[in-house]
Design a protein around this ligand. Structure first.
Ligand code: GLN
Length: 187
């Protein structure tokens, strides 16, 4: 059976597990390199990217994550997960996996827009996606191999590079599993 792991260091792990189970796959929290080795795809949830990064260092997961993703493990990062996948952030210094060729701007929408919702046109989905943004990043720069699948005012908020998918928003909060399905389709 297909098993999708959810990196379970910090953040909204449970909501992703439920969304994945609703699609008929097995969903498992991942905290160790062994657990990482036993999955067919991975979700890196939202939360606080500095915390998730520090814990990944402490749990010895940075290198195993980097290697698995570079070896082709289909991976989907939401919000803080997008930041963790990125090659760089516009400011500050924090542990990153550097597997997705983008520069991310943290908390990019500013204080007025700390959290907001939007009916987002997503490339490849027929109907707009009800997207929830919470202290969300946007993608400031994309590399040549990165495809932009959705944007807000020309700021990319959903991108794909090979088997890596990332969104600034939180599809696990709305009961719409279409983006999780896109991850499963990459397996
Ligand atoms: N602002 C958070 C960060 O920089 C991300 C917020 C989220 O994941 N909802 O890591």
């Amino acid at each position: 059976m297909t098993t999708v792991g959810v990196l379970a260091l910090q953040g909204d792990v449970r909501e992703h597990l439920h969304t994945l189970e609703s699609l008929g796959v097995a969903a498992a929290p991942v905290k160790t390199p062994d657990e990482l080795g036993a999955i067919d795809a991975l979700v890196i949830p939202g939360g606080e990217s500095t915390t998730i990064g520090k814990m990944a260092v402490r749990f010895g997961l940075i290198e195993p994550l980097r290697r698995s993703i570079e070896d082709g493990l289909p991976t989907y990062g939401t919000c803080a997960g997008l930041i963790l996948l990125a090659g760089a952030v516009t400011d500050g210094d924090q542990p990153l996996l550097g597997v997705l060729d983008v520069v991310a701007r943290r908390n990019a929408f500013g204080r007025q827009n700390e959290s907001f919702e939007s009916a987002l046109e997503v490339h490849g989905l027929e109907e707009p996606f009800h997207a929830v943004f919470i202290r969300a990043p946007w993608v400031e720069k994309v590399g040549a191999d990165v495809e932009v699948l959705a944007d807000i005012d020309e700021h990319p908020v959903m991108v794909r590079q090979g088997k890596i998918l990332a969104t600034s928003f939180h599809p696990e909060l709305t009961g719409d599993a279409r983006i999780h399905q896109l991850l499963i389709d990459l397996i």
